[in-house]
Write a protein that binds this ligand. Sequence first.
Ligand code: COI
Length: 361
Amino acid sequence: MAFNLAMYPVSYVAQFNPAAGTWDEQWFQADSITLAELSAMDDAKRAEVYAQRNRFPLPLVNYTTQYALGCFEGMKAYPHKDGSLSIFRPDRNAKRFYDSMKGLYAPPFPEDLYLKASVEFLKRNRELGYVPAYDPAWEKDNFAGASAVYVRPFMYSEGAIGIGSSKAPYVIICGTTVSSYFKGANSKAVITDRIRATPKGTGWIKCASNYVVSSLAKKEAEEAGFMEVIFLDATDRKYIEEGSSCNIFFRLKSGELVTPALGDTILPGITRSSAIDIARGEGVKVTERKISIQEVAKKCVECFVTGTAAGVTPIESVTWKGKEYVFNGRKPGELGAKIQAILKGTQYGSVEDSRGWNLTV
Ligand code: COI
């Protein structure tokens, strides 16, 4: 299943208690329907169960619904052949979530609570049969069509109105089963005129507001026949930043692999950092630096985007000012495919986890 709202029955809800300085935690179980029972239902009944699981009594008017002052994480857990399940680098997501909340001047959610709750979330839903089982058929295409659990922790403000920062935020963890994210007949990207992030803004935070411009630009790109959109920097209007929900890499004729350096306008992607490590481990020179669209147009031979949802997805071409620059004869490049194979293999347990990235649930 691609990205979807077929939510698992058990969710985690915590709220910060400012007086006590602690987090009040609770488990919210919408129903006890197992996956087998749900699968036997007719479509209308099943849709009602899913809709019910997406309802929870939270304040309607608050900093998140009114001013987009909220942040979230995207994390995946992968089934292995031996029947185990492992979360990929959840410590990194816990840290980024902490940093995002701090960046929004909300009391940050402790990393140890994040990890404990994420593991427990998976255990509780697995007991009801909701974690996909490993399928050896996934190995045929290097797990390209494989399923995983998408875990979505997010921050949601307490009831509030007027400009301010959240003092008693909720942290919710919910999830669904997912497979590949990008859909569509091509893997073409287009440079947009829109600006995703500005210096001193919130581009480095995984906050809801960043995705407003991303959604608009992505819709425009899709309507024009592209799979993905790419943003340029706000100051010089020439340096590549990232996609609508992913970081980006370019392999140049020299063999160098370049990705835009982190700063206050780029999301510190965990797949991005993993791809850098893997490529370096394969002896590739990887540089985190500014790269202009002009340099891409002249020197790039392979391009791919990375993200938790996106994985490592090849980009066949980039269109800029109406001209299309095609990479590797529109075929997925060798380096991206190698990184993807090592990454997916590690995540699904077919490649040894030599870097200690998996946390077994
Ligand atoms: C992810 O890659 O998991 C994200 O959180 C981005 C999302 C907007 C698809």
